[in-house]
Design a protein around this ligand. Structure first.
Ligand code: ASP
Length: 418
């Protein structure tokens, strides 16, 4: 009898499940036991290797896929429409996410009644870097345009993306004259995607290793100290990811949530395990093209852009955390202040790079915009890595749904033009 090997999808889910189970198994042996130490060493090695491999292909992938994506879009004469619907969807879905986060906080009031003295120590020893919205904006703009060679070498995803956009537009305008360069880039992109396929074969092990490490090294007891806040954030992220986003998808495209998740789960599990939208990008792109059948030129444009600027989970978290901190210090934010939180949270999410805990750094700006003590993030830091898992999964889900929505809108737009 021939044994049938489970599909990669199943292997990844199995890896995730085994990782969590194994992690708890090691915890029960004790954090200091020899078995835990050596297992953690191996898990760290395998997990880091997996992330390194993903990062290895990230920059060539963003560069070639955006340049080729833009060039191909023009061939379809729909470039403006794709641009507008992509950015429109990103702003819309992040706004909805922030509203979900704010509402949940208004209903459950996490932080009220928690004694701040409990955290006073953490706050006094923590020094937050000053980062006003104005500073942040200047730095953000400055980081957009860089020497492309330096940007490629330093792995500055946003700057690489901007240069690739320019290159794509130049290729379009040059048309026939530069067609060899376009072919070269297309072939490079295919080669990178081939590498992604190879890397995917070790994904189940990488994900298992990352989850073992997460379970063993995080202080899960801390979750209960900040239990209510963690529960509210988890609940609102789930509401956004399981109800709101799929509903938008269904209303616009008619695709059922189950069908979507079946196609998207490799990317969602990877996002959960790596806590990095950037590292997940190669897999996200593969999922939407292969499993969800988004046309190449749309996927190659929407997904890398989304991985860099569209972060529903981060936006939701930043807004919720600002209200939580306000509750902790006993301040009632008025409507105007909440509107400021709304806008700065969106801005902070757009500006956060797709790496673990990036949202924590840009959160300083959100807190300071309404006069809350930036040091308060010291309170959130210990549970940040844990909440980052779900928030990153929501970020990646938003990108994938974005590509499906844009594809549908472009199709309808084309029809109405005919
Ligand atoms: N880890 C998140 C991401 O990569 C960003 C964040 O910290 O919220 O998408």
């Amino acid at each position: 009898m021939k044994l049938k090997f489970p599909s990669l999808n199943t292997q990844i889910l199995l890896g995730a499940f085994l990782g969590v189970a194994f992690g708890f198994g090691l915890l029960s042996l004790g954090k200091d036991s020899a078995a835990t130490h050596s297992s953690l060493y191996v898990a760290n090695l395998v997990g880091t290797l997996f992330i390194d491999l993903l990062k290895m292909v990230l920059i060539p992938l963003v560069f070639t896929s955006i340049a080729v994506g833009v060039a191909n879009l023009q061939a379809h004469k729909q470039i403006h429409f794709v641009w507008i619907s992509t950015l429109g969807f990103f702003v819309f879905s992040m706004s909805v996410a922030i509203v979900v986060g704010l509402l949940a906080n208004h209903i459950f009031h996490p932080g009220q009644g928690l004694h701040l003295e409990m955290f006073q120590n953490a706050m006094s020893t923590f020094e937050a870097k000053q980062q006003s919205p104005a500073d942040f904006f200047t730095k953000f703009l400055h980081g957009l345009f860089m020497n492309p060679v330096a940007a490629l070498a330093q792995g500055e995803v946003l700057a690489v993306l901007i240069f690739a956009l320019f290159l794509g537009i130049a290729l379009v305008i040059g048309g026939e004259r530069y067609k060899n360069i376009l072919i070269l880039l297309q072939e490079l992109l295919e080669i990178v995607m081939q590498m992604v396929r190879w890397i995917m074969t070790i994904a189940p092990f990488g994900i298992m290793a990352l989850l073992i490490k997460l379970v063993v090294t995080q202080d899960l007891a801390l979750l209960s100290t900040l239990g209510k806040f963690a529960a509210v954030v988890t609940g609102s992220l789930l509401l956004h990811g399981v109800v709101v986003l799929p509903l938008i998808l269904y209303l616009v495209t008619g695709m059922t949530p189950l069908k979507f998740w079946r196609g998207a789960r490799e990317a969602l599990v990877t996002a959960f395990a790596t806590s990095s939208s950037s590292a997940t990008l190669p897999i996200t792109l593969r999922c939407v093209e292969h499993n969800l059948h988004v046309r190449k030129e749309i996927a190659q444009f929407v997904i890398p852009l989304g991985a860099t600027i569209n972060m529903d989970g981060t936006a939701l978290y930043e807004a919720a955390a600002a209200l939580f901190v306000a509750n902790l210090v006993g301040i009632d934010l008025n409507l105007t202040q909440q509107l400021i939180v709304f806008f700065t949270a969106m801005f902070a999410a757009i500006g956060a790079p797709g790496i673990p805990s990036a949202g924590m750094v840009t959160m300083v700006m959100v807190l300071q915009s309404v006069g809350l003590p930036a040091e308060a993030i010291a309170i959130l830091l210990p549970i940040d890595r844990l909440l980052d898992t779900l928030r990153t999964a929501a970020n990646v889900e938003g990108d994938m749904i974005g590509s499906l929505v844009v594809q549908k809108l472009v199709k309808e737009g084309a029809k109405s033009h005919d």
